[in-house]
Write a protein that binds this ligand. Sequence first.
Ligand code: CP
Ligand code: NVA
Length: 325
Amino acid sequence: LMTLADLSVAQINRSLAHAAHLKKLSQPILKPNATTTKLASNSLQHKSIALLFSKRSTRTRLSAETAASLLGGRALFLGKEDIQLGVNESASDTAKVIGSMCQGIFARVGEHEEIEELARDSPVPVLNALSSLWHPTQIMADLLTLHEHAHLFSGASSSKATTPEGLPALRPLTIAWVGDSSNVLHDMLVTYPRLGHKLRVGTPSNPKYHAPSAVWDKVKEVNCEKGIFWTDDPREAVHGADVVVTDTWISMGQEHEKSQRLKDFNGFQVTEKLCKEGGANPNWKFLHCLPRKEHEVDDEVFHGPRSLVFPEAENRKWTIMAMFE
Ligand code: CP
Ligand code: NVA
């Protein structure tokens, strides 16, 4: 799984419903006085998933480790300082060796080509835990969070509707992105239009802040182009938005561009004022993959009642767990 473009809408919806199911099932197990610590399925018993991470992580790593343990298996964290990869050994040889001992690889890499190379030579499934181009598991968590909060977007009359898979149904939403064309946005581009949601994207006019051609190729492949409106005006981007989403302006590996980026993204901070002036739905909600800096969203929004960022962070665990299973 390199990007959510690799999954059909039915597969995405089934995984989301399974995540909600696992979340519910796990609650009694997680109580302090629980007598059992494993889910009945125990589907990862005697199995291990290698977490091959060459970049930092809080949420993705925690999610993978705690999810694997709840499923009765193990996640083995292999940071870039720990193993031979990249210094004494190729990605191809590493994939073959890990694949002979583990049943899956969850990999966080720099350039996207690195995970493609792992996947090409791995005898076991490889899931992308973030690459320069994509962050598929993040959007699964965002979707679960939106479904769980569907009542906030619908009139009282339709608030009890469910999807065929049993999740609270979401009405078609307008989802605005304000900021950098990052890996997180790229998976939104290949997913939300297929699920019936409209995407409005605001990035600075410099083409370096636009999605690269490899991403557009996938957008076209999954017929998402028509559901996307792109502008360099953040106010125009949030027009009619039910949900406003952003990410850091300085992704991991771009630290040396910090001062230029802070200049280029001037005016793109998500604030109440920006969303009011742009004509967002007065009831708009806020998502952010985290980690967050104040540059891209101010405290009023981030810590305010619109913010769903902490349920969103927790849902990394349940959605990653569903994808493992
Ligand atoms: N959202 C996310 O991927 O967070 P981490 O980098 O902490 O894993
Ligand atoms: N775009 C960010 C996401 C972090 C979860 C990065 O790649 O650093």
